[in-house]
Write a protein that binds this ligand. Structure first.
Ligand SMILES: [Zn+2]
Length: 187
């Protein structure tokens, strides 16, 4: 009988010990998860997306096709153009920053945006000189400068020389390939 009581006591002690050990290991894990979540990127729809990594991305279209929404892929990788006055940023006056919707690269600040009344969001200068890259576009019988994302090479729009001072440039972009992040004051 005494032996049975001893084993019952031992069993209870073991249960208590397991509880204590489990708690002490679970609580720090939960805390660290919360910490990680608060430092996570604001928006990261796929593994190649980053708003801080500026290293060039050279991914084949087959990868982009898998990770981008079809309407973003059509413009970013197929060079299509959204209809004027159809995108969500052409007349936006919100304060914040615009990022490449394909890869997260920082492209423009809202203080470089101007009302071009052309139906597409227009800027007079990029955020950094490495934000964008350029190539000559001879399509539709015109000679135009195509604007590409400086990190992933996504087609963003075209550059024209009829913008306002001080640059005289008009970076005419497709809303669908832009991600907008409002400034703290507007959240
Ligand atoms: Zn990009």
């Amino acid at each position: 009988m005494k032996k049975a009581l001893f084993f019952v006591a031992l069993f209870i002690a073991a249960l208590v010990a397991i509880r204590v050990l489990t708690r002490s290991s679970v609580i720090p894990a939960a805390l660290s998860m919360t910490g990680a979540a608060s430092q996570a990127p604001v928006y990261a729809p796929h593994p190649y997306y980053s708003r801080t990594d500026t290293a060039r991305l050279a991914l084949p279209d087959s990868v982009w096709k898998k990770v981008l929404p079809a309407e973003v892929y059509d413009v970013a990788r197929q060079g299509k153009t959204e209809r004027p006055f159809s995108g969500k940023y052409w007349n936006s006056e919100m304060t914040g920053a615009y990022y490449c919707a394909a890869c997260g690269n920082a492209l423009f600040r809202s203080d470089a945006k101007f009302s071009a009344s052309c139906g597409w969001p227009s800027f007079f200068q990029p955020l950094r000189h490495t934000s964008l890259s350029y190539r000559t576009d001879l399509s539709y019988g015109m000679v135009r400068t195509e604007v590409l994302c400086g990190r992933c090479g996504a087609h963003l729009g075209h550059l024209f020389e009829d913008g306002p001072p001080p640059s005289g440039k008009r970076y005419c972009m497709n809303s669908i390939v832009l991600d907008f992040e409002p400034s703290e004051a507007q959240r």
